[in-house]
Design a protein around this ligand. Structure first.
Ligand code: ATP
Ligand code: MG
Length: 251
């Protein structure tokens, strides 16, 4: 089966800084793929290039059989690719329901249909009881959920999550992991950036690692976790601090 998304030789430069360097990968429909790497490695820039928020300097993005390189975010969204933002973009003066309706209106011009879709997504994400609250009056955990709900309301085939679980406590994080699994069970493919290894390693079929804009490793979580380059570039201290439950690096 052809991949749902195929990224080929993607590069993004900001003046003298190359934030993404010749990154290529493919994701099959139905997979959950993790994207990890140190701060400033280029993860968010890669998301921005794929989802149309910034134009890649070179390279190609194919999604659902189309070359979407350089497309606008709304065009990419209509084709079925949605992303969340590392820094939440809640509209503070709109209700939780209206925040989600913005996503739902990507699929329909009917208010009734959009509201039906938005309420379904609020139910799924555990926000139904907060539909009437203003965006400014909900907790950070709920803002993270709302970000996810708005993306889901666009009915994506591929959902890209940029640190959707950052700032959550362990119980909230566990709930978020279960939510991601249930979204996948509905047929949505997921590419997720997270810094918490206990989240990303068990949930991902494959993990890709960026360092200084380059993909330095890709493979099954247990293989990547033992990769010397990955331990040196990223996992080192983090791995040892976080991971009593993870297998230790090979001696
Ligand atoms: N609009 C921009 N203009 C100039 N430099 C940028 C811009 N956006 C990102 N960068 C730089 O590109 C590099 C990659 O940043 P990016 O935000 O993609 O990293 P990241 O892997 O998402 O990091 P983090 O884990 O901290 O979120 C960094 O050096 C950053 O300063
Ligand atoms: Mg980032």
């Amino acid at each position: 089966m052809p991949p749902l998304i195929s990224v080929k030789g993607l590069c993004k430069s900001f003046g003298g800084l190359t934030a993404v360097v010749d990154v290529s990968f493919e994701i099959q429909a139905g997979e959950i793929i993790g994207l990890i790497g140190p701060n400033g490695a280029g993860k968010t820039t890669l998301f921005n290039c794929i989802s149309g928020f910034t134009r890649p300097t070179s390279g190609r993005v194919e999604f659902a059989g189309r070359d979407i390189t350089g497309w606008l975010p709304e065009e990419v969204c209509h084709l079925g690719l949605a992303r969340t933002f590392q820094v939440v973009r809640t509209f503070p003066d709109m209700s939780v329901l209206d925040n989600v309706l913005i996503g739902a209106f990507a699929r329909t011009v009917s208010r009734a249909e959009a509201e039906r879709g938005a309420r379904e997504v609020l139910e799924l994400t555990g926000l139904a009881s907060k539909a009437g609250l203003l965006g400014r009056n909900i907790t950070i955990a709920d803002k993270k959920r709302l970000e996810l709900a708005r993306a889901l309301a666009t009915h994506p085939r591929l959902l890209m999550l940029d640190e959707a679980m950052a700032g959550l406590n362990p119980a909230e994080r566990q709930a978020a992991v279960e939510l991601v699994r249930s979204i996948q069970a509905q047929g949505v493919t997921i590419l997720m950036v997270e810094h918490v290894m206990q989240v990303i390693m068990p949930i991902s079929k494959r993990v890709m690692v960026l360092n200084y804009g380059r993909k330095i490793a890709e493979g099954a979580p247990e293989i990547v976790a033992h990769d010397e380059n990955v331990i040196a570039a990223y996992l080192g201290a983090k791995y040892r601090q976080q991971a009593p439950s993870l297998p230790g690096p090979a001696a």
